[in-house]
Design a protein around this ligand. Sequence first.
Ligand code: SP5
Ligand code: ZN
Length: 346
Amino acid sequence: MKIIYSDQHYHQSPKLELAGGDLVPSFENPSRAEHVLERVKKIGLGEIITPDEFGLRPLLAVHDSGYIRFLQTAWQEWTDAGFKGEIIPLCWPAGQASDVLPRHIKGKVGYYAQGTDSNITDGTWIAALAAAQSALTGAALVCDAVKNGHKTGAFSLGRPPGHHAAKASYGGYSFLNNAAITAQYCRDQGIEKVAVLDVDFHHGNGTQDIFYDRDDVFFASIHGDPMDNFPYFWGHASECGTGQGERFNLNLPLGNGTQFQVWREALKNCLSAIDNFGAEVLIVSLGVDTFEEDPISAFKLKTPDYLVMGADIADLGIPTLFVMEGGYNVEALGVNMINVLVVHHF
Ligand code: SP5
Ligand code: ZN
């Protein structure tokens, strides 16, 4: 299995985030990728390559162009306005509001942000862009595998994560939706049916948003029930897709405290739905914040469970791109994440 990695992720190094009213060190920080990379090297998971350049086109195929422009220019506008700290939004158009994009950067931030947890810094755009290019490099490998009849997988070891980023909003530490960008890229390469399986603890609301009305990209997510967990406003089992996309969105929310035995049943349901759909490519939003010792999540998966998860996914037998998402217990992150991939180790 090839691993795609770029040092550019260091450009996203936010300082603090709000948690329970306290400012705490950001859970999503460069040490996460360091731990995963260290584990990849330690077990010799496969060749580590740097990303190719795909430009902005594949990003604009899923994200709103005004939103992309905002991400590119937000830091400059923020510093031009005289602010020195990282960008954290302060107000939102909740309830009734006009849909006019404000002129001032403080208004733009509220217009495009889902919440306060995803600081925009000096280097956010560079890091997010590099993560997207890494994922696209992996997608190109997987598309080649389909064309050549191979079952190869690839792993995009990147951050910041992506699955909360919607067509025109950022949140949950996500700015560009790497999984969605690659799913669309595969479609544009002529792959007819693409599935995205999201195993991160949090619902992949961004990916759902992007493909909600489509029948060519199947989205399945296993996650903490949004009644009790971030992102709170999306991820209910009743969200099945709309229009042509009806029945092509599968949400399996599970209660806090869920252990692997129950989680695995949900996985099997997702995998059989993906199989019935007839996916030619699988993209996995790979978060391991389902771990029992994750600091911000509430499932009870254990380190060896990730080996079983990886083997179950591999049993589907279709070319698979793994895209790194969440996981915040940095000490265990490398081992847990690579356990999902180790079955592909040869
Ligand atoms: C990609 C991903 O996993 N994003 C998750 C974003 C969650 N952000 C909000 C987390 C709220 C954390 N609350 C801290 C509770 C500490 N016990
Ligand atoms: Zn998560």
